[in-house]
Design a protein around this ligand. Structure first.
Ligand code: PBG
Length: 324
């Protein structure tokens, strides 16, 4: 069909027609809100690089999660800022750790909210790496047990789902075994499968106080140049028992989301990370872009690429905009 028989503009002439042929529709159901939890009472420390986001004590965390839930957001993912850090990240799997306490309180107060926990060691190690360090090297196999113990302690506290973000090889299987051996066969794993070594995590590391104290994460997170490798990473996690697989960051890796969608039939999550959020907020504050419109265009592009679930700091704002 060619012009003048076909005119692409015919179906664009009114909002009603545009609605009828719209291929991708966003819903609050698509979003998961990341939250940062810290000990104390009444704490709401602004994260300067992420306007509108805070390190929250549990009381304020409940309020913020309730606001998201009331806007229709089905889930939150928690990141903990512990009181003490050490080489073996003991606060990560402490029974009374900050995330474990936050999970209990959230499940008490908002029972139907899906409380997901990020499972990683970097916020809890004094060196800031996502695994155990031996002679300056991040030791994969020595890290697995600690990561699995962290996931177990989150699930025992009542987490609805655990989400390992460390990128150690074999951690999904290790977590699955640990959960199953402890009678937690019903707890799903959302694996950060294709997680790239990205400078877009900058604002998050300030928020979670988790920047590596030496070197970088290139020996475990993926090289931004690789897409084929993402398929191998994702396939590995599927075989190890992941229930949802994730691509992260989202925007610079829309091609990876799209490829993974073609290869894998599990639900796909995409993480619209801190740097992606902060760039939009900053440009909007400068008056250079329309922040709300760019937010919606960004989220729809991630869904159009093939994501079923979007982890995003825009979750509550976008859900409210969709409800209007
Ligand atoms: C922990 C973790 C990170 C993010 C999620 N989990 C940081 C990192 O890998 O350095 C980044 C999230 C964001 O930037 O919004 N490993």
């Amino acid at each position: 069909m060619l012009f003048p028989d076909y005119r692409a503009r015919r179906m664009r002439q009114s909002e009603t027609f545009r609605r009828m042929v719209r291929e991708t529709v966003l819903s609050p159901d698509d979003f998961i809100l990341p939250l940062f939890v810290i000990s104390g009472k009444g704490v709401k420390n602004p994260i300067s690089s992420m306007p509108g986001h805070f390190q929250l004590s549990i009381d304020n965390l409940v309020k913020t999660a309730k606001e998201a839930w009331d806007a229709g957001v089905p889930g939150v993912i928690l990141f903990g800022i512990p009181e003490k850090k050490d080489p073996l990240a003991t606060s990560a799997y402490a029974k009374n750790g900050i995330v474990q306490r936050a999970v209990k309180e959230l499940k008490n107060r908002i029972p139907d909210l899906a409380v997901i926990t990020d499972v990683c060691l970097c916020e809890y190690t004094d060196h800031g790496h996502c695994g155990v360090v031996e002679k300056g090297i991040i030791d994969n196999d020595a890290s697995l047990d600690l990561i699995a113990r962290t996931a177990l302690s989150h699930a025992q506290a009542g987490a609805d789902m655990v989400a390992p973000s460390d990128m150690m090889d074999g951690r999904v299987a290790e977590i699955r075994d640990m959960l199953d051996e402890n009678g937690l066969t019903h707890v799903p794993i959302m694996a950060y499968s294709a997680k790239y070594c990205s400078a877009f995590y900058g604002p998050f590391r300030q928020a979670a106080q988790s920047a590596p104290q030496f070197g970088d994460r290139r020996t475990y997170q993926m090289d931004p140049a690789n897409a084929q490798e993402a398929i191998r990473e994702v396939t590995m996690d599927v075989e190890e028992g992941a229930d949802i697989i994730m691509v992260k960051p989202a925007l610079p890796y829309l091609d990876v989301i799209c490829r993974v969608r073609q290869e894998i039939d599990l639900p796909i999550a995409a993480y619209n990370v801190s740097g992606e959020f902060s760039m939009i907020r900053a440009a909007a504050q400068m008056g250079w872009i329309d922040g709300d419109k760019v937010m919606m265009e960004t989220l729809i592009s991630i869904k159009r690429a093939g994501a079923d679930i979007i982890l995003t700091y825009f979750a509550t704002d976008a859900a409210k905009a969709l409800n209007r």
